[in-house]
Design a protein around this ligand. Structure first.
Ligand SMILES: [Zn+2]
Length: 446
């Protein structure tokens, strides 16, 4: 890999580091709850307009696009020194998942600063990155920093419902805005796991599993609940759901996870049983649930629907299953599902998005590694596969290499994975400042 290019900082990001917490708080206060339906979702338009105003203050023009009323995404372009080079896309979503104030220690849309953290829905998913990027480009604009190549900024709607009204829409309707982007960075990656005082793994996402949300439907003979029934749709569906829910798909080590496991072995000085890596990976604590899901395909039944009265056998029953498959595993996943479902069960996709994977190499990765190491002596960046899906699925359709790189140095004892869509979601202010410094080094050289 290339040597870190240790450019002296023109300005030590004073303004960016000073305002990032406030920017994040302000953005959290704009409730952008995505319920999955436009009728009950809100705030994306307001958030996009707020971003536009923050960019406008420093002279960065932007455009807002609506897929449906209120479902707004914003795109801006920062011209690079060499405009003939392919551009780099930096994208983040503006929407958040719902939060119930009754369950939280602070109001989830208060953006309160407490104990060195900014609290609120979106603090790690992913208004933190939105705020870091905004703070950085505002600082650059004020101090005259120009990146080596064009940077396209996209702040998107609807990621939390699969992105149909955000990233999918933008890629379908306005591909020209991204046509020259060769790579993209966004969530979920770049955060640290502390091995010991002098060593932290930084997990950079180079792959994410595909999504296969599906509905299973079984037809049967309807009739009176008191009769003898040999063709009961509820019973047949329940059997299929139980088989799927209890099934453990075979262990499949994809290239990013092989690299990840090797790095964990090295960092902890342990040997991991390749046939049963979950046992050793349990030491990663809360993260092991996310990491463990990247070692095999999964299918979790999540919803059931059948019947309307205690003494009526319904003619049909259906279930929803959240399926996730690894890169290159889609066919095998479907084959196994079909055999688990059994006779007479129909399957249809509700959401069907491909798996994404790229390699952990090349000049862009070298710059991520260099930027992390420059800000943290003990940084050891490693690739990993994310179990969930992000807007990367849309942008990779345009041929971009997609990375999860939203850098955060985290306190050793923070259960970061639990904060995603979790109660008391929060992010340390110091982590945001660290993230800005890393992004600055990275984007000045990327
Ligand atoms: Zn997210």
């Amino acid at each position: 890999m290339s040597e870190p290019t240790a450019q002296p900082l023109v300005e030590p990001l004073v303004q960016a580091q000073a305002e990032v917490a406030e920017l994040l708080s302000d953005l959290i206060r704009i409730d952008t709850t995505n319920t999955g339906s436009t009728a009950t979702s809100a705030g994306e338009r307001k958030a996009a307009e707020w971003v536009a105003a923050k960019l406008d203050e420093v002279g960065i023009p932007s455009q807002i696009f609506e897929s449906e009323t209120g479902r707004a995404s914003l795109v801006a372009r920062i011209p690079g020194q060499d405009r003939s080079k392919p551009a780099l896309l930096v994208h983040g979503h503006l929407d958040v998942v719902p939060a119930d104030p009754a369950e939280w220690s602070v109001h989830p849309f208060s953006g309160e600063e407490r104990d060195g953290y900014i609290w609120g829905r979106g603090a790690v998913d992913m208004k933190d990155m939105d705020a870091m990027v905004l703070a950085l480009v505002r600082d650059w604009a004020r101090t005259g920093v120009q990146p080596p190549r064009d940077i396209v900024l996209a702040f998107l709607a609807d990621e939390e419902a699969g992105g149909a009204l955000g990233a999918h829409f933008m890629v379908d309707e306005h591909p020209d805005l991204f046509a020259d982007c060769s790579e993209a960075i966004s969530e979920v990656g770049g955060f640290s796991i502390t091995v010991h005082d002098d060593l932290r793994l930084y997990l950079v996402q180079t792959a994410e599993k595909g999504m296969g949300w599906m509905r299973l439907t079984v037809g049967g003979k309807p009739g009176h609940g008191s009769f003898v029934h040999d063709d009961n749709a509820v019973t047949r569906l329940a059997e299929a759901v139980a088989r799927i829910g209890n099934h453990k798909f075979p262990l499949t080590l994809t290239p990013p996870m092989r690299e990840f496991i090797a790095a964990v072995e090295d960092a902890y000085g342990i040997e991991i049983d390749a046939a049963e890596p979950e046992v050793a990976l349990a030491r990663l604590g809360g993260l092991s649930r996310m990491i463990g899901a990247a070692l095999r395909n999964t299918a979790n039944p999540t919803m059931l629907e059948a019947g309307y009265k205690a003494n009526v056998v319904p003619g049909t029953a259906s279930a929803t299953v959240d399926g996730r498959f690894l890169y290159g595993q889609e066919e095998e996943f479907e084959r196994q599902l079909d055999s688990l479902m059994g006779e007479g069960v129909r399957r249809e996709w509700l959401v069907h998005n491909p798996a994404v994977e790229t390699t952990f190499d090349g000049p862009l990765v070298d710059q991520m590694v260099a930027a992390l190491k420059a800000e943290d002596d003990g940084a050891r960046p490693v690739p990993f596969t994310m179990s969930g899906g992000t807007d990367a699925k849309s942008f990779q359709r345009l041929g971009m290499r997609c990375f999860g790189f939203s850098p955060l140095r985290l306190p050793p004892d923070l259960d970061f994975a639990a904060l995603f869509h979790g109660i008391d979601e929060r992010v340390p202010v110091e982590s945001l400042k660290f993230g800005i410094r890393v992004l600055d080094r990275f984007l000045r050289n990327a």
